[in-house]
Design a protein around this ligand. Structure first.
Ligand SMILES: C[S@@+](CC[C@H](N)C(=O)[O-])C[C@H]1O[C@@H](n2cnc3c(N)ncnc32)[C@H](O)[C@@H]1O
Length: 220
């Protein structure tokens, strides 16, 4: 049974799929584009870091949890990952993803799954699992991380929004107004979570410039 908070997050990302996509497409006012450039360089940075790790690992299979409007799926397909699953509980996000990706290249299969990750059942494991911009909205990060580990063979890549003196209170107010819960982390909290779940190694990178996200690679 999904919690009330999960339903709020899903509801928000069903309403806000076009708005979120516009950060990537730039289809917004000049002021909005300027704000994104100043406040959201982390989005591009975590995208590039993810692709770097995926390219390094050359996975046969990958799942992206909370995949959003498809920029990641398109990039994995262009890298030639043979089996890609894009999972998101927002159907409008996956519609955008299908539109953006179109027909995958030969030898690449993309499976689109509309589901709440916390409720989903999996018949297979994946070489890599990815969750970028998702832990911001997860009420029980330990259970989420454990479930990611259960379905990952090699490694997991995830971002965690950091606690910042001035941005955290602003973001909390903005999201309260949008009726969407949001959560924050520091390095210590990420390390404790990782220790509880148990990994061979973790590598935490504070994303340059924005001071907002931690990019984390967990080795299973
Ligand atoms: C901020 S967006 C990030 C999208 C994409 N990963 C990116 O970075 O461009 C977060 C996405 O996670 C999805 N999401 C959040 N919690 C989820 C859950 N429990 N199960 C499936 N999708 C979830 C939302 O619907 C949304 O599309």
């Amino acid at each position: 049974m999904p919690s009330n908070d999960t339903e709020k997050v899903r509801g928000y990302f069903e309403r806000a799929s076009d708005l979120f996509n516009s950060i990537y497409t730039g289809e917004k006012s000049a002021f909005g584009r300027w704000l994104d450039k100043v406040l959201r360089p982390d989005l591009k940075e975590r995208f590039l870091l993810t692709l770097h790790e995926v390219q390094k690992e050359r996975p046969q299979s990958l799942i992206d949890i909370g995949v959003g409007p498809g920029q990641y799926l398109k990039a994995y397909a262009e890298l030639g990952v043979p089996q890609i699953t894009g999972l998101d509980f927002s159907e409008p996000m996956l519609d955008l993803a299908r539109k953006l990706v179109g027909k995958p290249p030969d030898g690449v299969e993309i499976i689109y799954t509309v589901a709440d990750f916390t409720e989903a059942e999996f018949k297979q494991k994946f070489d890599i699992s990815v969750a970028m911009g998702v832990y911001d909205y997860v009420a029980n990060p330990e259970a989420f991380l454990r479930k990611m580990k259960d379905i990952s063979n090699t490694c997991m890549l995830a971002s965690f929004p950091s606690i910042s003196v001035w941005r955290t209170p602003i973001r909390k107010v903005r999201y309260a107004w949008k009726r969407c819960p949001v959560y924050f982390y520091n390095r210590g909290r990420i390390e404790i979570l990782a220790e509880k779940v148990g990994f061979k190694n973790i590598e935490i990178t504070k994303i340059r410039g924005s001071g907002m996200d931690y990019f984390v690679r967990f080795d299973c």
